[in-house]
Design a protein around this ligand. Structure first.
Ligand code: ATP
Length: 245
């Protein structure tokens, strides 16, 4: 593609002590694209997102380059990367259980408020538009939401910060099939909003369906990559990750 990538990772290796979790990985995400990284448990998917965000556990050591909008960010602390528009929604969703849905959403805009943006709440109505269920439950404590609603809240809170690059760690994990469908529908709806999405999933079928491009990660290394539609037709991807359809 002729468009400059919004994210460009090259030669990324991560080790935890003696264990090398990622080896010489290179991936790109173009502006407005949805890119997925699929692969089995332990392949290094979460490690990749945490390294891109600068949020590895202290036992993890990364080397290699992470360029975000033409800037090398690999040495920046996580708050600086957030301020530049990078956002990670971790697998554990990390909501404030005793706070209301609405207050959790408002926290997502906190950085923009602090940065002096006057319209820092401008995403509240669009987020409620994407997630009418959150609007219905705006006064309810986050801790009382269902698993699917919590994932919606985690996504909605991330969107309140108006990120340019949204990184989602297993958004479908532990959710019932109908909710998974809803979550993926929303992810694909984000394509029109200008945010680029890097999606980590074990649900390879759903991930490839909404993605422009895909990478297959196996034991810390790229095994395959290609346009998502092509990967979904690749016999080895079908056999290993999509099951017999
Ligand atoms: P899953 O889907 O099961 O979360 P994953 O693809 O996200 O898997 P990672 O969680 O990135 O994989 O783990 C990659 C490898 O690094 C695994 O072998 C894992 O045991 C190891 N690992 C992950 N986190 C740590 C850590 N904090 N300390 C030591 N080893 C770790």
């Amino acid at each position: 593609s002729t468009m400059k990538p919004i994210l460009s990772v090259s030669g990324l290796s991560v080790r935890y002590g003696k264990v090398e979790a990622l080896h010489d990985l290179s991936i790109e995400v173009g502006p407005g694209q949805i890119v997925s990284v699929i692969g089995p448990n332990g392949a290094g998917k979460s490690t990749l997102l945490n390294a891109v965000m600068g949020a590895l556990p202290t036992t993890g050591h990364a080397k290699g380059s992470v360029r975000y909008r033409d800037e090398e960010v690999s040495l920046l602390p996580v708050e600086r990367r957030v301020a530049l528009g990078m956002c990670l929604v971790p697998e554990k969703r990390e909501l404030f259980a005793s706070m209301s849905v609405e207050d959790n959403l408002l926290l997502g805009a906190y950085r923009r408020k602090r940065a002096g943006e006057r319209n820092y709440l401008d995403q509240l109505e669009p987020v409620f538009g994407l997630f009418p269920r959150l609007k219905e439950r705006r006064k309810q404590a986050a801790g009382t939401l269902s698993g699917g609603e919590r994932q919606m809240l985690a996504l909605g809170r991330a969107l309140m910060g108006k990120p340019n690059l949204l990184m989602l760690d297993e958004p479908s994990l532990g959710l019932a099939p109908l909710i998974v469908k809803e979550i993926f529908h929303i992810i694909s709806a984000l394509r029109g909003t200008g945010v680029a999405t890097l999606l980590i999933e074990q649900n390879a079928r759903a991930a490839l369906q909404v993605s422009d491009y895909g990478y297959v990660l196996e034991t810390g290394e790229l095994a395959m990559q290609g346009p998502a539609g092509e990967l979904a037709k690749n016999p080895r991807v079908i056999e290993t990750y999509l099951g017999l359809a």
